[in-house]
Design a protein around this ligand. Structure first.
Ligand code: HEC
Length: 141
């Protein structure tokens, strides 16, 4: 019979265990179908009425959007939009509407819709990385 490990030793191993769990826990990306088609459609209408007077959707698609936002998480984009947009009246939309604009921005950047709606919750949004790769992301591009 092997001797039981002293409790102190087990406690010492706990941080290591937590680090391992964090590394293994899947981080979703925007390629995993994180918003619904209905949200993106609502976002399109919203964009036309609240955002388009200053920038066309094409400003937010393709290389400029990619350069600025890929690799960051949706929590950051949500925070940015809430704090800064619409430039003329920041924070004037509801959280749900900001999330709809995000869904629309994802769609025009070629990211797929899915079955589950994107939640207007900063903590949940922060677990989704903006990327053109599905999770788990391959190591090399
Ligand atoms: C009154 C003009 C105006 C309106 C309305 C407006 N924006 Fe902007 N937006 C700007 C300006 C100017 C910038 C450039 C960044 C800055 O100066 O802070 C910008 C930047 C952005 C960016 C970052 C661009 C990038 O580099 O990728 C996003 C995303 C964005 N706006 C989304 C929105 C959304 C969504 C709405 C509607 C809810 C909106 N904007 C409404 C003027 C506006």
């Amino acid at each position: 019979m092997p001797r039981r490990l002293p409790p102190r030793l087990l406690l010492g191993a706990l941080p290591l265990l937590l680090v391992t769990v964090a590394a293994v826990a899947p981080q979703r990306t925007t390629m995993d179908g994180v918003y619904t088609a209905a949200q993106a459609a609502a976002g399109r209408d919203l964009f036309a009425s609240a955002c388009q007077s200053c920038h066309t959707p094409t400003v937010h698609a393709g290389p400029p959007f990619k350069a600025k936002w890929y690799g960051r998480d949706l929590g950051e984009l949500f925070g940015y939009l809430r704090a800064e947009m619409p430039k003329s009246d920041p924070g004037s939309l509801s959280d749900e509407e900001y999330v709809q604009s995000i869904a629309y921005l994802l769609r025009i950047n070629g990211m797929p819709a899915g079955a589950t709606a994107l939640a207007a919750d900063s903590a949940a949004l922060a677990t989704i990385r903006l990327d053109s790769l599905r999770s788990p992301a391959p190591r090399s591009r």
